[in-house]
Structure formats: structure tokens, C-alpha cells
Ligand binder design. Structure first.
Ligand SMILES: Cc1cc2nc3c(=O)[nH]c(=O)nc-3n(C[C@H](O)[C@H](O)[C@H](O)COP(=O)(O)OP(=O)(O)OC[C@H]3O[C@@H](n4cnc5c(N)ncnc54)[C@H](O)[C@@H]3O)c2cc1C
Length: 440
């Protein structure tokens, strides 16, 4: 499994593709690694099958990102619903799941959000064992820096709220932050003086594509059909209920259709004649050349907008901001990257001569209150799980779990109930803007 984890970001897709050509399901263990080493690692079975789509399924999940795959897994595992297809227009995990900066935490301000993300964080801690797949979850702690008195007031408020919800959190002084991150510029003369930080020790990072692969493999083993290179082009309705989806490979019938397509949620909604209060925005990130270990925690700065961690391979993984306008271009742009790197150089002067390897963008789906939409709507049998915006990776297992429960029972899971689309009519918004530790 370590082999998967240490592949370069560039080569992982080809490797994944090669794996998906073969078939079968092996239990991964130290013993199986030794056994296959004996055979020069030439007889590993496929990680998942490549089935032809059937004419109809009980549930069709549109979108083979982490959330869609987790939903399929929990539907099959927890609810015994195995007549399920995941339709993905590209390759599994090729959307935001494979493009994010992998930060996992649960220190959200509002009770509803805090409970949902905390539920997910608890699942993260046992996920590799649950899936028999090393998702490389590394709870190395997350710092949210405060650069002004107002930042520090917000941090104190959030940490206190977290503690009332049983979520770990501390307010750190400048000295304590410096001790944790010796390379951080904590000088009082710094352009962005560090007045302190919030610290969530159980937060951290995970290997993003391993999460998609782990859920995919486990769902496939339970009988879920994972169908790649198949785009949903229409949603067919009959008598007020969903009847199935039109795809690039023909019509596929379904009793329930679950759309989990992140930045393309409005596009899918439009196919069913619906409108969602969502804006698709390119969000960018970049990675550096690999360095020796120098940063063993996650550092986020809301005010200057940059977040940074070091991958196991040694790259600095750096998150930038969203574009200021809506769009679907999954690419980087110099002005956004320049802004993020200027912040990195101010915070970490020692990184000023590090070379950057690659930059990219992903399309995130931003809701007006920076919280997701989970549940059904006007069309019977049609469900959406979207609006996770810039921070949905951390929610992957929890989102899949509560959405599967919602689909299985046809009513919202208690943790998902506050996140229904009705909140935009009733006004019961869950405002996580700013308070969530990200600037958008
Ligand atoms: C640069 C960047 C950094 C981020 N950093 C973090 C972070 O540090 N921490 C965090 O928690 N979150 C982060 N996020 C957000 C996070 O990545 C997303 O919220 C999360 O991955 C969404 O997962 P998903 O499975 O819903 O969507 P995706 O992984 O995007 O999956 C949706 C899938 O649907 C498919 N699809 C779309 N339309 C169709 C169609 N018509 N037919 C079939 N398939 C279709 C797409 O190809 C895609 O594979 C970041 C995002 C980006 C872009």
C-alpha cells in the first residue's frame, strides 16, 4: 500500500488505470505484500471491476469523487443496497477529490456544521482499517493563525464553541505557535505578525486519491458497479418522479438518482429543470519540489489566505484562493498563485527559494452560507449532495455515511437534516463564512 502512497502525483492515474484493467479483490496485509513480493508483484488482482452498465439500478449515483464513492460504499455496507451504479464522466477521483490540499479538521463554528464534520473526523480515524486500504490519514494537527486582534477574538470564540461541542481545540500563544512551527516568521516586525492560533490536534491530512481508491475498491467488492468515462447528459422524469438518467452510453433507469458532482451540481440540477443556490468557482493549489521533512503540521492563514502542509513525499502542498468569478476551468492562473506564494514567503521566509512543480484548479460549488446541501427536493427520488465548497474533502466519509442513510430511508439523516435545500426558503441558514477558518 505504501507503494500507492509514494507514487508521484503525476504517475498515479496511469497506475490506477493499470490496476483497474485486472479483476478480483485481495485482502491487503503484510502477509499478502510478502506473498506478492515473492512473485515480483506481478499477480495483484484488479482493485475494481470494469463492468458494462445494466439497463436499470435501484440507485444511480452521478459522480465518482470521494463523496459519491463513499455514498455507494455505505449504501451497500450499512443498508444492504447493492444494486447501485456510480457513473463518472472521467476517471474515479479525477475531480476535486484528486485536486485538493487534503486538510481534515472539524473545528467549525456552528453546531450543525461542527457535529457533521466531527462525525466525519471520527470516521477518518478508523478509515484505513474499515476499508482495508491505507488512506494515509495523518492526524498531525491543524493551526489556524491569527494576525490581528479581531482574528484572535474570532479564534477564541470558535475554540470555545468547539469545546462546548466536545471538539478538541486550544488557543495558542505566539510562543507556542513558534515552538510547533520553527520556520514560521513570528517576529513582531513581520508583515503578517502571528498573534496566536487555534490548534486542533486531531486534524491533519490524508492521501486524497487513496481515499477515492479505497472507497471504490470496497464498494466494488460489495457489488457496486463503478462505471467510468460515462457522462450523464440528462435526467428523465416521469409523473413528478425521477425515472433514470440519459448518459453518453444510453439511458439507465433508476428508482433513485443521487447527484454528487461538486462544481457541476447546477448543471445536473438544470437537467431536471431545477435551480440550486450554488456558484461554481475555480479554486487553485500547487505543489513544490520535494524537500526534506521541515513542516510536520498543517498551517492555515485565513487573513492572508494561504494554507500549507508537507506531503509524505516531501512536497509543500499549498492552497490558494478561489477565482473572483464563476467558471469551469480546471487550471491555475498566475495572479492567484502569485498572491498565495507572496503570503507563503512572508510567513515562511525559508521557503522563498523553493521551486514550484505544478499548479492546478478544481471547480468548487459554493453555497451562500458556505455549507452543503444534502437531501431531496421537488422531484421524487432525485437527491443532491453538493455545496461543500472549498472544504468538502474532510467531510468525505461523514458525507457518504449520512447521504447513504438519507437515500436508503427517503428522509434526512439527523446530522444532514439542517442542510436541506429548504433552508434557503425558511432562512435557517448556517453561516460558516469566515468562521470556518477559510476565507470563503
Ligand atoms: C484546490 C482545492 C483545494 C481544496 N482543499 C481542500 C482541503 O484542504 N480540505 C477540504 O476539506 N476540502 C478541500 N477542497 C474541497 C474538496 O476537494 C471538495 O469539497 C470535495 O473533494 C468534493 O468531493 P466530491 O466527491 O463531492 O466532488 P468531486 O471529487 O469533484 O467529484 C465529482 C465528480 O463528478 C463528476 N461529474 C461531474 N459532472 C458529471 C456528469 N454529468 N456525469 C458524470 N460524472 C460527472 C466529475 O468528473 C467528478 O469526478 C479543495 C478543493 C480544491 C479544488
Amino acid at each position: 500500500m505504501r507503494i500507492l502512497g509514494t507514487l508521484s502525483y503525476g504517475s498515479q492515474w496511469q497506475f490506477c488505470d493499470v490496476l483497474s484493467q485486472r479483476s478480483g479483490m485481495a485482502k491487503y496485509s503484510a502477509f499478502s505484500l510478502l506473498k506478492h513480493a515473492w512473485r515480483h508483484h506481478e499477480r495483484w488482482p484488479a482493485v475494481w471491476r470494469t463492468p458494462e452498465p445494466k439497463r436499470a439500478y435501484d440507485v444511480v449515483i452521478v459522480g465518482g469523487g470521494g463523496h459519491g464513492l463513499a455514498t455507494a460504499y455505505y449504501l451497500a455496507k450499512v443498508h444492504g443496497i447493492r444494486d447501485v451504479a456510480v457513473l463518472e464522466k472521467g476517471y474515479l477521483g479525477g475531480g476535486n477529490t484528486g485536486r485538493n490540499t487534503t486538510i481534515v479538521r472539524s473545528n467549525y463554528l456552528r453546531d450543525e456544521a461542527a457535529h457533521l464534520y466531527e462525525f466525519s473526523l471520527k470516521l477518518w480515524h478508523g478509515l484505513s482499517r474499515e476499508l482495508n486500504f491505507n488512506v494515509m490519514f495523518s492526524p498531525r494537527g491543524v493551526l489556524n493563525l491569527g494576525h490581528s486582534l479581531q482574528d484572535m477574538r474570532d479564534i477564541e470564540r470558535r475554540v470555545n464553541a468547539n469545546r462546548l461541542n466536545g471538539i478538541d481545540g486550544e488557543v495558542l500563544s505566539t510562543a507556542a505557535v513558534q515552538e510547533k512551527v520553527p520556520l514560521l516568521n513570528c517576529s513582531p516586525c513581520a508583515r503578517y505578525p502571528v498573534l496566536g492560533a487555534s490548534w486542533q490536534p486531531r486534524g491533519g491530512v490524508a492521501r486524497h486519491d487513496a481515499v477515492a481508491w479505497g472507497f471504490a475498491r470496497a464498494a466494488d467488492a460489495l457489488g457496486v458497479d463503478l462505471i467510468q468515462n460515462t457522462e450523464v447528459t440528462g435526467i428523465r422524469r416521469r409523473d413528478g418522479a425521477v425515472a433514470g438518467v440519459e448518459t453518453s452510453r444510453g439511458f439507465i433507469g433508476a428508482q433513485k438518482v443521487a447527484c454528487v458532482v461538486a462544481g457541476h451540481s447546477s448543471v445536473l440540477a438544470a437537467m431536471a429543470g431545477l435551480r440550486l443556490p450554488i456558484e461554481p468557482r475555480p479554486l487553485q493549489a500547487l505543489v513544490s519540489e520535494p524537500l526534506k521533512p521541515c513542516l510536520d503540521t498543517v498551517v492555515m492563514s485565513n487573513a492572508v489566505h494561504c494554507y500549507i502542509s508537507q506531503s509524505d513525499k516531501g512536497d509543500l502542498v499549498i492552497g490558494a484562493g478561489t477565482d473572483a468569478y464563476n467558471g469551469y476551468g480546471q487550471r491555475g492562473s498566475f495572479h492567484v498563485v502569485e498572491q498565495a506564494l507572496a503570503a507563503v514567503c512572508e510567513l515562511f521566509p525559508a521557503f522563498s527559494r523553493v521551486r514550484m512543480n505544478r499548479q492546478w484548479g478544481g471547480i468548487v460549488d459554493v453555497c451562500p452560507d458556505a455549507c452543503p446541501i444534502i437531501g431531496g427536493g421537488e422531484v421524487r427520488g432525485l437527491y443532491f449532495n453538493c455545496g461543500w465548497g472549498t472544504g468538502g474533502f474532510k467531510a468525505t466519509p461523514g458525507s457518504g455515511y449520512v447521504f447513504a442513510d438519507t437515500l436508503a430511508h427517503g428522509r434526512p439523516h439527523p446530522l444532514a437534516a439542517p442542510f436541506g435545500i429548504e433552508r434557503f426558503y425558511t432562512g435557517a441558514l448556517i453561516d460558516e463564512h469566515g468562521a470556518a477558518g477559510v476565507a470563503h
